[in-house]
Write a protein that binds this ligand. Structure first.
Ligand SMILES: NC(=O)c1ccc[n+]([C@@H]2O[C@H](COP(=O)([O-])OP(=O)(O)OC[C@H]3O[C@@H](n4cnc5c(N)ncnc54)[C@H](OP(=O)(O)O)[C@@H]3O)[C@@H](O)[C@H]2O)c1
Length: 347
């Protein structure tokens, strides 16, 4: 298939969360030599130079170990991470937050700890310094505030104590040259607008979990970037598993929609996409939408973060973003059903 969309390898970033959370293909613990090194190698050979992690992922040390084994200078990669959620002792009422199924893939050194929130300047400093030490390079290409809207849902969010101190610290770290860009790593697109209003001039990139069903919200964010310039990073394109389904989402076994088990309404919505797509896999639709965004909004849409534990799948995802075809009648029907915004450029 000829390359349909000109998208340089530089537009892709490799998401490292599975290096920590796993599980390894077939289940069980992640092993650096068996699982992490082959993935970092294929990403590097595919031209990817940006790697995305988070304090929460328990993944960055494994990335650093793989770079060392492959003799890749850590300063040759662009490493971006996320702070606020950190690993603390499971004491008193705190219990391990990750489900047993995920823990099987997490290296033992991270067991007996759980994720907590620390938005203080000291806390953020410790988190990002740990990340810098673990990957092994000199500075951080980006640091995103991780999941503030999730914090709001779980324990409440007070902007003055839970967001502003972290932003102030990251700005100082940026002025000192340790951090190159300040971002968001979030599942709720509306939070971008709140952040722009409350912390004007601070945002360099908005990292959003993405899939075609939030394209309308994404277009509003792209509009906002014309007034207050910042870049947009797609943190995944399948919304967990929603756009990888090959059977009707209405009746499929439980699947993840924006990293939570899909409810009845989300199943019904996905089923509408599935039925209109017909013989075009949902995976192809998600990849084509991501590719079109990068092609048509190059100043804003600078990164697609993708992840897998299977090297051939990384190659496949990059190919699909560049080449996946959605027939014109399918686009037309998706637009008529208002599942894709009418003005979205599809060629
Ligand atoms: N709140 C946040 O900040 C947040 C939340 C989520 C993700 N992220 C970031 O975004 C990165 C990407 O996340 P992601 O990879 O989960 O996003 P995604 O693009 O939504 O991918 C979801 C899943 O699709 C599957 N997939 C890919 N190609 C496939 C194929 N050909 N057939 C069937 N399934 C296929 C992959 O499964 P396999 O892995 O089994 O291949 C992958 O785990 C993460 O590494 C993380 O850095 C951030």
């Amino acid at each position: 298939m000829p390359q349909k969309r000109e998208i340089s390898a530089d537009k892709f970033a490799f998401g490292c969360h599975r290096f920590g959370f796993g599980p390894a293909p077939g289940g069980g613990l992640v092993d650096v030599e068996k699982h992490v090194i082959p993935l970092v190698k294929i990403a590097w050979e595919s031209g990817i130079r940006t790697f995305d992690s988070a304090v929460l992922y328990r993944a960055t040390l494994q990335l650093g170990q793989a770079l060392e084994a492959l003799k890749i200078d850590p300063n040759e990669i662009r490493f971006q991470t996320k702070c606020l959620r950190y690993l603390g002792l499971t004491m008193d009422t705190a219990v391990e937050h990750q489900p047993e199924a995920l823990l099987q893939g997490i290296p033992r050194r991270y067991h007996g700890l759980t994720d907590k929130w620390d938005c203080s300047a000291k806390g953020v400093e410790q988190q990002i310094c740990r990340e810098r030490i673990e990957y092994g390079g000199d500075k951080l290409y980006g640091v995103a505030l991780h999941d503030s809207p999730d914090m709001e849902k779980q324990v409440g969010l007070n902007w003055e104590t839970d967001v502003s101190p972290a932003v102030a610290y990251l700005k100082a770290a940026k002025a000192a040259g340790f951090v190159e860009r300040i971002g968001l790593g979030i599942k709720d697109p509306e939070f971008v607008h709140r952040f722009l209003a409350n912390e004007p001039g601070s945002l360099d990139y908005a990292g959003l979990t993405f899939c075609p069903s939030i394209l309308g919200q994404l277009m509003k964010i792209i509009d906002a970037s014309n007034t207050q310039p910042f870049e947009v990073t797609l943190m995944g394109i399948n919304y967990g598993q929603a756009f990888t389904l090959t059977e009707d989402p209405l009746t499929a076994p439980p699947f993840l929609y924006n990293y939570e088990v899909a409810n009845a309404e989300e199943r019904a919505l996905m089923s509408r996409y599935y039925k209109i797509c017909g013989s075009t896999p949902l995976l192809h639709l998600a990849a084509a939408v991501a590719g079109l965004l990068v092609v048509h909004f190059p100043k804003t849409m600078t990164q697609i973060v993708t992840s897998t534990m299977t090297p051939s799948r990384l190659v496949e995802t990059m190919r699909l973003v560049r080449e996946a075809e959605v027939p014109a009648p399918v686009w037309a029907e998706l637009k008529a059903a208002e599942l894709i915004p009418r003005d979205f450029p599809t060629s």
